[in-house]
Design a protein around this ligand. Structure first.
Ligand code: DQA
Length: 144
């Protein structure tokens, strides 16, 4: 099984960025713990980050036939991007929406996710553990 982790804008700054909201763990540290957990389940992962919406759309399109699931922290694009939503819908790969913070407990503009209706489910508010829970959800949607 192959799972693609995609991270959107500003997540490259994790660890330094608003640590009271996002914590002090870097994206590289999160990737490391995802890799350790994936190895236990013999799952192959690819872990990427981009600040560019078009790059994320391109990666989602290219995932067709290559990955069994996508775990997506679309960051701010969650709340704005029709293009990401359409890409997820177009490729039809089971996609799990994740967030470090609880977006529903924050500003009102974060309560709306444009991608949620085309994702299998949403994991929000568990800090770096949202990535591990996302991995487990991705494995479980693929379990035969
Ligand atoms: C986020 C929540 C988004 O609202 C925000 O724009 C982010 C990070 C999270 O992981 O909590 O950049 O996706």
């Amino acid at each position: 099984m192959k799972i693609l982790f995609l991270n959107g804008p500003n997540l490259n700054l994790l660890g330094q960025r608003e640590p009271d909201i996002y914590g002090r763990t870097s994206l590289a540290d999160i990737e490391q713990s995802v890799r350790e957990r994936a190895a236990q389940s013999k799952v192959e992962i690819d872990f990427r980050q981009s600040n560019l919406e078009g790059q994320l759309v391109g990666w989602i399109q290219q995932a067709r036939g290559q990955f069994d699931a996508i775990v997506l922290n679309a960051a701010a694009y969650t709340h704005t991007s029709v293009a990401l939503r359409d890409a997820i819908s177009a490729v039809g790969i089971p996609t799990i929406e994740i967030h470090l913070s609880n977006v529903h407990a924050r500003e009102e503009f974060r309560h709306k996710s444009l991608i949620a209706p085309v994702c299998r489910g949403q994991i929000t508010g568990f800090g770096p553990n949202s990535y591990i829970l996302g991995l487990e959800a991705a494995i479980s949607v693929n379990a035969k």
